[in-house]
Design a binder for this molecule. Structure first.
Ligand code: ARG
Length: 258
């Protein structure tokens, strides 16, 4: 498992560096040619450097969000296409119509709700703190005066900038780069969602997660405000998938119980 995760994370980093602005990546079963069903296409935006929710296996984007989106698309009789982009571009992309839905381990926040609608929640995230195994940081209070690494535009970024001040926060394009800076001793900790935190700690020696829950949040699918029909359809599909146990099945495919 450790080796596997290490490989994934290494690949994630390599591709994340090259990813911004590249051509859309299709899921393996989204094979139909573009011209065939333009009306039936569901375009998902994500930031594929967030294991186990979204990461790259070769050129394919996989993970919990990719599988849930594929299951929703199947229910709606649509063809799923996944576009990888910077995390902070996702809300503008869905609000502006260049993607139809965003699944990116994205937390529902009041500020984001001013720009987009959110589906019912499909998962919980907990903001966690990664530190060096030998760090003197023992509680969340010890973060005062420390340099905190975050992914740009995430709730970790927003909370830490608010709680500890702009100058305390160092922003990175993705979590893997923040973790690399922590390993290099350039920052004191990384604040990121618990599941990616666990994936990064499992893949790298010498890191641990602080025993604290900085913030507990709901993940949901973002959809343009005017796309109310799509929102209703996505919520209906999600409800069915939950009732069928399909969401749990997808989650346990990527998150193995200890
Ligand atoms: N849950 C956090 C947020 O919504 C972080 C999500 C980061 N997701 C990603 N695919 N990089 O701000």
């Amino acid at each position: 498992m450790k080796k596997f995760l290490a490989l994934i994370l290494a690949l994630t980093m390599v591709f994340a560096l090259a990813a911004c602005g590249t051509a859309p990546v299709e899921t393996p079963d989204a094979g139909a040619p573009e011209a065939d069903a333009p009306a039936g296409k569901l375009v998902m935006g994500t930031n594929a450097a967030f294991p186990p929710y979204e990461f790259k296996e070769g050129e394919t984007i996989v993970g919990i969000d990719a599988d849930i989106a594929a299951a929703i698309a199947a229910k709606l009789g649509m063809e799923l296409e996944i576009k990888d982009m910077a995390f902070e571009s996702l809300i503008p992309a869905v609000a502006g119509g260049s993607v139809d839905i965003v699944l990116a381990g994205m937390t529902v926040t009041d500020e984001r709700k001013e720009s987009v609608n959110f589906s019912e929640s499909y998962a919980t995230g907990i903001q966690s703190v990664i530190i060096a195994a030998d760090s003197a940081i023992a509680t969340i209070d010890d973060l005062t005066g420390k340099v905190i690494g975050v992914q740009t535009g995430t709730t970790g970024d927003i909370y830490c900038s608010g709680d500890y001040g702009e100058e305390a926060v160092k922003r990175y394009d993705n979590g893997a780069l923040a973790v690399q800076a922590l390993l290099n001793g350039q920052i004191d900790c990384v604040v990121i969602d618990n599941q990616p935190a666990q994936a990064f700690v499992a893949a790298n020696e010498g890191l641990k997660i602080l025993d604290t829950e900085y913030a507990v949040e709901d993940y949901a699918i973002a959809i343009a405000k005017e796309d109310t029909e799509l929102l209703a359809n996505v919520n209906a599909a999600l409800a069915e998938l939950k009732a069928e146990g399909k969401i749990d099945e997808i989650v346990s495919k990527y998150i193995k119980a200890e």
